[in-house]
Write a protein that binds this ligand. Structure first.
Ligand code: FE2
Ligand code: FE2
Length: 458
């Protein structure tokens, strides 16, 4: 926009759309009052789009933002509009504006199916609208009282902070800072995925409510673990990690109460939840600088290996290999995380669940590779042996994943009582010990780090 021209007034544009909606609800199409308002809206929009590719208005916590810049005055007066995000791109026609107005006026903007699809089916291609859903992290203080009091690994902690920052920005102004995503991918690939302590925390059961940004970082690390097990090259791994970090961004467009709703969802709620892959893919496809597969993985991560699942992309359409990898990591991560209505599944049971899904929902070869990569008792997990001893897994045995090397600990998990290799046999050739179960960490924070070897794994 040139310095000599006044900037567009987002309040006026919203008011015009609000009035247009009301008029189209009252008068028949073509009524002079509608035509006049349409002309006014078209003129204002055209004026703005002369120098800018897009006109983006977002009402974020009551403040109207124009192209990401907060404006004076609050947006509360535009309650008549069932949206709080209105983006118009260059090339928009009066017909498109009229269609949107009719849509808004009749309150027909059903937010439980992808809005873009509803508009596209009516020939609107240069306007997108949305109901902004505040990001879950804003509720953290009162929605997540049992979050971990300490994060074991500083690099993991930093990666969680970066992910939180990226998701928050995406949620508030629909912008994704590509540099933050790249830094996060680098950090996960170079440091987090080689840290015993971080892997231990990601693989073990998580006793806290697992928010989307946390889940995303964990899924990215688990996907990377599986990708490495498959000997993918570095470039492919980088693509995989970026896609895994962003696979669930569509959830930031769904009300948090629903994302966290305990128990079964009714039909309408399930439909809305199941829109997150499409919402995410739409969102990612609009962001410059991301790799093309990132939006595809977001779209396909709930599709099954035999071509079912959601969204419906046509019979027998098999997901991309990277989507299949993310699906395995996603399910493992989801079930080992706590939910408000169910306790987390221990790692070995989560692996059995994956095994049950292999061949129908998940790619069987990938499940096998994943289980081999993580082992049944991940490093850092607290386990009970058949002799009643409590122990922390400190090393896994590739040739015998069910029999790791453990550090025996006292019942408070404070004192180390000595390391034993559970592969050890007695005189009859039987195992001296078996690990029989994974034990949930006690309520208060226990520093597992001191039992783990300091060296990073390669
Ligand atoms: Fe998902
Ligand atoms: Fe997910």
């Amino acid at each position: 926009m040139s310095a000599h021209e006044p900037a567009a007034d987002p309040h006026r544009i919203l008011k015009t759309f609000s009035a247009l909606g009301t008029l189209t609800a009252i008068y028949p199409p073509g009524h002079p009052l509608i035509t006049e308002k349409l002309r006014e809206a078209d003129e204002t929009i055209r004026h703005h789009l002369k120098d800018d590719d897009a006109l983006r208005i977002d009402i974020i916590r009551g403040v109207v933002h124009l192209n990401g810049v907060p404006s004076e005055g609050r947006g509360d007066g535009h309650d008549g509009l069932p949206i709080d995000s209105l983006h118009i791109r260059r090339g928009v026609s009066v017909d498109e504006i009229a269609t949107l107005a009719a849509f808004l006026g009749r309150g027909k903007l059903a937010l439980d199916s992808p809005v873009a699809a509803q508009l596209t089916s009516r020939g609107v291609e240069h306007i997108s609208v949305a109901r902004l859903v505040p990001l879950d992290t804003r509720w953290r203080a009162h929605q997540w009282p049992e979050r971990p009091t300490e994060v074991l690994d500083p690099d993991y902690e930093e990666s969680l902070a970066l992910a939180q920052q990226a998701f928050e920005q995406l949620s508030s102004d629909r912008l994704l800072d590509i540099r933050t995503v790249r830094d996060l991918v680098q950090l996960l690939m170079c440091r987090v995925a080689t840290s015993n302590a971080a892997l231990a925390q990601i693989l073990a059961v998580k006793q806290y409510e697992n928010l989307t940004y946390c889940h995303s970082v964990n899924v990215a690390v688990l996907s990377l673990l599986l990708g490495k097990q498959l000997a993918l090259d570095e470039e492919t791994l980088a693509i995989l990690v970026e896609a895994a970090v962003l696979h669930d961004v569509g959830k930031t467009r769904i009300p948090l109460e629903l994302v966290k709703k305990p128990g079964a969802l009714d039909k309408r709620e399930r439909k809305l939840m199941e829109a997150h892959p499409v919402l995410g893919a739409e969102l990612l496809a609009e962001i410059d600088g991301l790799r093309p597969l990132t939006a595809l993985v977001a779209l396909e991560h709930h599709r099954s290996v035999v071509g079912g699942g959601y969204p419906d992309l046509g019979d027998g359409v098999v997901p991309h290999a990277l989507s299949q990898i993310v699906s395995v990591a996603d399910i493992y991560e989801a079930v080992t995380g706590a939910r408000s209505y169910q306790s987390p599944t221990p790692p070995e049971r989560a692996c059995l669940l994956l095994a049950r899904l292999a061949g129908s929902k998940l790619n069987a070869a990938l499940v096998k590779a994943f289980v081999n990569a993580i082992t049944f008792f991940p490093i850092g997990s607290i386990v009970r042996t058949n002799r009643g001893e409590l122990a922390v897994v400190i090393r896994t045995n590739a040739d015998d994943p069910l029999h790791p090397v453990v550090e025996l600990v006292d019942e408070d998990i404070r004192g180390a009582l000595g390391a034993v290799d559970t592969r050890a046999r007695d005189a009859d050739g039987g195992y001296q010990r078996h690990v029989i179960e994974t034990v949930a960490a006690p309520g208060e924070a226990v520093d597992i780090r001191r039992f783990l070897p300091a060296a990073r794994i390669s």
